[in-house]
Design a protein around this ligand. Structure first.
Ligand code: ADP
Length: 482
């Protein structure tokens, strides 16, 4: 496996300097597959965060004023550096996060793609000349970077979640303070290293690791931060929204999900089973767009279950860096305990175990790929996000019933359905209350498309032309007396 040691940075990046926390205290970064410590990063708090925000604020005017062509050239260099280091970055990601190397490689590829996409979008961030309703006036809109952006990212996609924030922020002319998740800070810190290699001016990209509560409190209270972009749980997202109200910042929120996966009688069975495996067990079920609830129509139910169970039972559970690994470890012991609680709750309420249902014989943080059938609305996972390799299956009879059940949640991020009926596809598009809908397809995320949840799953979009919009202010100028 590619050596990732040269990509490890064990210090904060502030104003171009790699520095420890003032206290000298550190946080251990562990490999969830083995429990061994792979690095130590600064345990920073308020003071270090304020310093990073000051650096970003000082760097902002020159960065925003840099000719667009030069900014785009830097972005392209960053894109190329990610590709040149793809293997090392993927190995680093697997080491701290646990996902199979093939998935880590794909994530890093996606990070590169987002950087390139936003470098291109920056060139199209134009304004307008508005037809004036009266004589002697020009009415013009122009677009400007919002200013200092703070990006708070989760541990499940520690590279690409940052790409979707750093990409548009830098392309738009904003400077950034990054706070990566404490479980996976290395894939965040390495962005600082790559930005440095690419030649971004000091202070444009700053990275601070440490206490989420202290860093979050400073970011939300500090007037110099003009925008917060957050990916994480709905609970923390709400806290940040409340805390930031005092300084009226722009807020982008990519929060939790509770994705339904609906299999209709007329589905292509093989395609539905393949889709169900990927949408449920990718990253050990730890993605916000992972299937939470499988709804399977009565006519196909038994055939689907037989094939699904056979495939799931055969999934290769192994450390992410082992060839052929299909499901790695969970991120931490709390995640493992949560799986046990969900399964116990469901079994107590009448669900039946089809496969799995316990910790894996490999020990440590490995959990068996699990299927439960006879799932019902009173079970915890009907309303709560599972975030792990447990697949509850609910049986249904009519399309109306399936859509009503699918929508009966406060979340609205991703939904999937398998059907061969074209008219049903369009009905689903209209009626599913979700920001992302995959029909006969589950790998639907791409830089060209808007990613974002409805209801309590979020605010704003990442990706597509809309993904840069949140980083730009519109000014309207009216010139009269012409
Ligand atoms: P996840 O379960 O995906 O880690 P969280 O919402 O707990 O979801 O965390 C997402 C990110 O938010 C992480 O970087 C985490 O450290 C950070 N975070 C957690 N609590 C806070 C907080 N109070 N203020 C700011 N950031 C926080």
């Amino acid at each position: 496996m590619t050596d990732f040691a040269p990509l490890i940075r064990e210090a904060n990046l502030v104003n171009g300097d790699w520095i420890a926390a003032d206290s000298g205290r550190t946080l251990d970064v562990t490999d969830p597959a083995t429990g061994s410590v792979i690095a130590r990063v600064p345990l920073s708090g308020t003071v270090e965060t304020r310093r990073a925000i000051d650096a970003a604020s000082d760097a902002f005017p020159a960065w925003a004023a840099m000719p667009l062509g030069q900014r785009v050239a830097l972005m392209r260099r960053l894109h190329q550096l990610i590709l040149d280091n793809q293997e090392g970055l993927a190995a680093l990601l697997t080491a701290e996060q646990g996902k199979p190397l093939v998935e880590a490689r794909a994530e890093v590829g996606s990070s590169a793609a987002y950087v390139l996409w936003f470098a291109e979008e920056a060139r199209r961030a134009d304004g307008a000349v508005i037809p004036s309703p009266v004589a002697g006036r020009k009415m013009i809109t122009t677009r400007h970077p919002v200013g200092v952006v703070a990006a708070i990212t989760p541990w499940n996609f520690p590279s690409s979640m940052l790409a979707r924030k750093l990409g548009p922020a830098l392309a738009a002319g904003c400077t950034v303070v990054v706070k990566p998740a404490s479980a996976t800070p290395l894939s965040g810190l390495v962005w600082g290293y790559l930005a440095e290699l690419a030649g971004f001016p000091k202070g444009v990209v700053n990275v601070v690791t440490g206490s989420a509560r202290e860093i979050g409190a400073e970011i939300t209270a500090n007037k110099k931060v003009r925008k917060i972009t957050f990916t994480g749980s709905t609970e923390i997202g709400k806290e940040l929204l409340r805390a930031a109200a005092g300084t009226v910042k722009r807020m982008s929120m990519e929060l939790g999900g509770n994705a339904p996966f609906i299999v209709f009688d007329d589905a292509d069975l093989d395609a539905a089973v393949n889709g169900a495996i990927i949408a449920k067990f990718r990253n050990a079920g730890q993605t916000c767009i992972c299937t939470n609830r499988l709804y399977v129509q009565s006519g196909i139910h038994d055939r689907f279950m037989a094939r699904f169970a056979e495939r799931v039972a055969a999934l290769n559970v192994a450390p992410g860096n082992e060839p052929g690994a299909e499901q790695g470890p969970m991120i931490d012991s709390a995640a493992l305990t949560k799986m046990e609680e969900f399964v116990a709750d469901a079994l107590a309420k009448g669900a039946s175990l089809v496969t799995g249902g316990a910790r894996h014989s490999r020990g440590g943080l490995f959990y068996q790929p699990t299927i439960l059938t006879n799932a019902g609305p009173d079970m915890r996972f009907t309303t709560e996000e599972i975030f792990g390799p447990v697949a509850p299956v609910y049986r249904f009879d009519t399309e109306d019933e399936a859509i009503a059940a699918a929508n009966a949640t406060d979340y609205g991020l991703a939904a999937y359905a398998y059907t061969q009926s074209l008219s049903r596809m369009f009905r689903l598009q209209d009626r599913l209350e979700y920001g992302l809908i995959g029909i006969n397809e589950v790998l639907i995320v791409s830089p060209e498309a808007p990613f974002g949840g409805l209801k309590e799953s979020g605010l704003g979009k990442e990706g597509s032309w809309q993904g840069i919009d949140d980083y730009l202010e519109t000014k309207y100028t009216c010139i009269g007396g012409l």
